[in-house]
Design a binder for this molecule. Sequence first.
Ligand code: SF4
Length: 151
Amino acid sequence: MPWDEPLALRGHHLLCQFGYRGHGYSKAFTDNMTAVLTHLSQHGEHLVSLTDTPDILCRKFPADQPNHCHTPEVIHRDQAILDRLHLRPGQVIGWSELVERATQEFCSEDLLTLCSTCSWLPLGYCQQGLSAARLNQGSRPIPSVARGLEP
Ligand code: SF4
């Protein structure tokens, strides 16, 4: 992982990080996502290069599972989330600022429309994580994985 360079992250992963509890599509996928989110939570100044295409998390999506990373629906989700944050693909911005902006802008009800087709939504992790972050606003929200939370 190029920890000394801006990390490419797509728009909707700014919301996924609120609910991440170490679960994912494969061990390689979750190992990578845990490493990325743990690094970012410990280095809030790390720059993120925003995108609406497959990013550093998608690159570990298992090849033997139906891939949704390139679908128009998921790309639209990225764009809708970046639009709400007044950001666009190609912008480079610090991780902590991104998390802070997302915490202020979105509430758990937003996920019902933005993420209506995501298979993870019914588990409730993302809505719970976002609500917890909003309650802790001002005290630097931390992704679930960095808090060591498990369902
Ligand atoms: S419901 Fe799916 S797309 Fe939405 S934040 Fe959660 S994991 Fe990400």
